[in-house]
Ligand binder design. Sequence first.
Ligand SMILES: Nc1ncnc2c1ncn2[C@@H]1O[C@H](COP(=O)(O)OP(=O)(O)OP(=O)(O)O)[C@@H](O)[C@H]1O
Ligand SMILES: Nc1nc2c(c(=O)[nH]1)N=C(CO)CN2
Length: 175
Amino acid sequence: MTRAVLSVGSNLGDRYAHLRTAVEGLGDSVVLVSGVYETPPWGDTEQPPYLNAVVLAVDPAPDHRVWLERVRSLESAAGRVRDPERRFGPRTLDVDVIAVWNDDGTPVTSADAELTLPHPRACERAFVLKPWLDLQPYAQLPGHGWVTDLLNAPGLTADANAMTPRPDLPLEFEG
Ligand SMILES: Nc1ncnc2c1ncn2[C@@H]1O[C@H](COP(=O)(O)OP(=O)(O)OP(=O)(O)O)[C@@H](O)[C@H]1O
Ligand SMILES: Nc1nc2c(c(=O)[nH]1)N=C(CO)CN2
């Protein structure tokens, strides 16, 4: 069994429906789902705002690569089309594997370009760190330390302050 922190985001079409469908698609794997935030676009600013949330999930398979298959199938189901010209461009659904832990609590590290762990840009993204911190105040991003310290670093303060909680858009979850 492995457990994972997943980031879900959408800024095209019915953003809320895409996030709900992603959480539903994870099914019984879901342990906890954060609240939803409206977030300014990161990395490529000429696009609409995103809805973002974080999911804690478990999978019985011992191999961490199962998470890549799962996130790819969720993105395809949402009709995700990749634009090779815009790396961080708009999308119906983005699901990133932020970090994975083995059964004994050790973090999985991977330099594989297909599934790099921890996610190499997670430490720079308030839209990942803030909802994760809401769920786990003592979270640590493997190799980077406490999530609360990363989020409070000067470079991320403005991004964190620009995030708007959307309690009107709950990601209902029957745990
Ligand atoms: N930790 C990871 N989570 C998700 N995809 C990953 C990860 N590491 C590597 N990848 C690879 O990245 C490729 C591009 O993914 P994607 O198009 O979602 O990137 P992006 O969302 O534009 O950028 P970013 O990865 O910075 O969020 C995928 O085909 C996937 O194989
Ligand atoms: N706010 C926000 N910005 C992004 C997001 C995202 O999920 N939220 N995903 C991206 C894909 O890499 C690029 N930029």
